[in-house]
Design a protein around this ligand. Sequence first.
Ligand code: HEC
Length: 164
Amino acid sequence: MNWARWIWIPVLTLGLTACTGQASGSPMVSAPVTPYSTLDPAQVARGQQVYTQYCSSCHGVNAQGAPGWATPGPDGLYLPPAHDDSGHTWHHSDRVLYETVRDGMGDPLRPNSPLRMPAFADKLSDAEIRVAIEYLKSFWSDEHRQYQFDQTLKDFRPTPTPVP
Ligand code: HEC
């Protein structure tokens, strides 16, 4: 008789619901925080080389941004922003940062506007883009590193399973 196999499904589902209900119902349990991962000094050092060669002319040798970057120009556009704690780079997940460097950036309010930051897809390898981003993380406070790490976890997209 096949029903004997199916009867387990509602039993298992109820069991799972009970577990979840218990965890979220307890006032003592707060949302778990996954501590941000530590930086690999070798990657940071390689990232600094990439940054110095390809990024510092616009974003500043110490990632401090172009002078006056936080105030829009007469055209309403911003100069290359800081990447340290005073900027907003740390607001974005690893994926967003990676894609910004790979694809470049135009006016964020006008899709397909001319790129004000060049795309680096043809100049840098995947690994070079990633280490440059690791280097930027070395400028951030513990709090900002944790925030950016949480954004990265929330933005995680599993690789789709290829259709056979
Ligand atoms: C020719 C100048 C120029 C160069 C070179 C350049 N950028 Fe930019 N970058 C910009 C401008 C301009 C913006 C966007 C300003 C705006 O409109 O907000 C920007 C934005 C960014 C942002 C988005 C920041 C945010 O908070 O949204 C990241 C990340 C970034 N750059 C990283 C890099 C890295 C890494 C390199 C080197 C591989 C690099 N940039 C090289 C000019 C440059």
